[in-house]
Design a protein around this ligand. Structure first.
Ligand code: GLN
Length: 559
């Protein structure tokens, strides 16, 4: 188990959550990863999800948040996005495992007779499979941070908790540590912070045999020393390991806040890791630029189909924030429901005040005509435009219809009988219908046309980006569309697939078939996002909107 070269041993941090869901286990795990990395250690992350779905690929983003795509094409939980943004860990399909996948493996082993006729049970067969996957995902990292989804007390998380209980025993206290994230609410009517929920959730942990080694207490105000002592006493955790996590206005502040509470020192101490104090200067600089942007604000409209929940565009939201940090501006996102743009009325009233317009990825035909109108508006009024995946496909459709005169141009995604299917399935995809089976997923190389805007923005001619889509630019229309002025500035190395389109004679009009938002970092914005935000600033200046005039609006609006 954990077959490592002599002298090297992975240490495990096992992160669980109590009291309520959405308590911030993902961000806490990511922040701990950032801190351990800043101490000079190598980290990896894993998320164990208790639901039965085999992967989140087929789950509704409105219920479950965005589907995050890794380089190897796994459709994963959005927490993997936090991990990759906060650390340099590169995750794969082995780093997000669901109950469904565990059972799938165990059942197929049983069918193959690998259990030699034994009765196959949750303990040990399911728990062994969970541990096997944890050890495999850890690889040779110094620290493996394993987050268990759900809340302690849920029936479905029990096998995972039992597995980490066993893992703690196998590894010993110096090699595996339980980090439990709880809530310490402030009750306004009592004028007090309450520790009872934390008491209950720690008791729940101990009932299944896990003594938490460190508590991260989410709270909206500071926890006094005497309250910390109280929590320490009943939870059997040393008082220095009761770590308050007071709400922060910028998520990139969390590693700094946890560091100031001593979390990384406590972890290093228990796990007996000799490492330097973390260098937090990059994080401090990022937070400072986020909070005090030297160039004021820009307004960017994101035209999509919303049931609301910005979690369904989590990485996109963060990538735009990163672009703002790079450009020295605060990015105010205005989420515009494209179905509203279809109801007549003037487009200008929705779009005129924006410094830039983005059309993100999406599936299905609802609201596409509204998005196409927004793209046309951006093109004709020279408002910086960025189209991602479906956003690029719709930009191609718009150009085909309104510039190249291909009336009825559309995507076969929106109906079988299309006069000009400028977006279509590739010939080898036709006839394969199983859901998910035909998606192009994960990282693909792309070559950029020298001299194009894309090549200038990236500063190189060869890139690799992540995909998640079924339909493609139809090569039958290449000649007509390029003759009409559309620039194909990025293609697959074999030239079969169009990956980036752009327009000349426009301050910034770019569409890409991939999802660059999955590869953006707070300290290093993705070039397509930093250039887009720069274009928004230039637009704001050129129309004479000063930094202050755009500052009145609330950061997040829906209309
Ligand atoms: N629905 C489009 C396709 O399948 C675009 C997908 C996306 O935007 N992620 O090709």
């Amino acid at each position: 188990m954990g077959s490592r070269s002599a002298g090297h041993r992975t240490k495990y941090l096992l992160v669980t959550g109590g009291v309520v869901s959405s308590i911030g286990k993902g961000l806490t795990s990511a922040s701990i990863g950032a801190l351990m990395e800043a101490r000079g250690l190598t980290v990896t992350h894993m998320k164990l999800d208790p639901y039965i779905n085999v992967d989140p690929g087929t789950m509704s983003p409105y219920q479950h948040g965005e589907v995050y795509v890794t380089d190897d094409g796994a459709e994963t939980d959005l927490d993997l996005g936090h991990y990759e943004r906060f650390t340099s860990a590169r995750l794969t399909r082995n780093h997000n495992v669901t109950t469904g996948r565990i059972y799938e493996t165990v059942i197929s082993k049983e069918r193959r007779g690998e259990y030699l006729g034994a009765t196959v049970q949750v303990i040990p067969h399911i728990t062994d499979e969970i541990k096997r996957r944890i050890y495999a995902a850890a690889g040779d990292a110094d620290i493996a941070i394993i987050e268990i989804g759900g809340t302690v007390g849920d029936i479905e998380s029990l096998p995972f908790l039992e597995a980490i209980r066993q893992l703690k025993v196998e590894q010993g206290a110096q090699n595996a540590m339980s980090v439990h994230v709880t809530l310490v609410p402030h009750i306004p009517t009592a004028g007090e912070m309450k520790t009872k929920p934390t008491q209950h959730s720690v008791r729940e942990m101990r009932e299944i045999g896990i003594q938490p080694d460190l508590l991260v207490c989410r709270c909206d105000r500071n926890i006094t020393q005497s309250l910390k002592e109280k929590i320490a006493l009943f939870s059997n955790v040393p008082v220095d390991r009761v770590i308050p996590a007071v709400d922060v206005s910028c998520i990139y502040e969390l590693p700094i806040a946890l560091h100031l509470e001593g979390i990384d020192t406590q972890i290093a101490e228990q796990l007996n890791i000799w490492s330097r104090q973390p260098d937090m200067s990059k994080w401090e600089e990022t937070v400072e630029r986020f909070k005090n942007p030297p160039q004021g604000k820009v307004r960017i409209g994101v035209v999509g189909k919303y049931v609301h929940l910005k979690d369904s565009y989590k990485s996109l939201h963060e990538a735009l924030v990163h672009g703002g940090i790079a450009g020295g501006v605060s990015v105010h996102l205005e989420y515009i429901d494209s179905t509203h743009l279809e109801r007549g009325g003037s487009l200008a009233s929705h779009l005129e005040h924006l410094d830039a317009i983005l059309v993100p990825g999406g599936f299905g035909d609802r609201g596409v005509e509204g998005k196409i109108s927004a793209i046309r508006y951006a093109r004709e009024h020279k408002i910086p435009f960025f189209g991602i995946c479906l956003g690029m496909q719709l930009a191609v459709i718009e150009y085909a219809r309104n510039v190249c005169g291909l009336e009825g141009a559309s995507s076969v995604e929106f109906g079988e009988k299309v006069t000009h299917p400028v977006i279509d399935l590739m010939p080898d995809q036709r006839g394969i219908e199983r859901k998910g089976g035909t998606m192009r997923l994960g990282a693909y190389p792309c070559k950029l046309t020298p001299g194009s805007r894309a090549a200038e923005i990236y500063g190189t001619n060869e890139i690799s980006e992540r995909h998640r889509h079924r339909f493609e630019f139809n090569n039958d229309y290449r000649a007509q569309l390029t003759a009409g002025g559309l620039v194909l500035s990025g293609t697959s190395p074999d030239d079969r697939l169009v990956e980036i389109i752009e327009l000349r004679d426009h301050p910034h009009f770019i569409g890409c078939q991939f999802h660059p938002e999955f590869k953006s970092h707070p300290h290093e914005a993705h070039p397509l996002f930093s250039s887009f935000v720069r274009a928004a600033i230039a637009r704001r200046e050129s129309v004479g909107r000063g930094p202050r005039e755009t500052a009145e609006a609330a950061p997040l609006e829906m209309h």
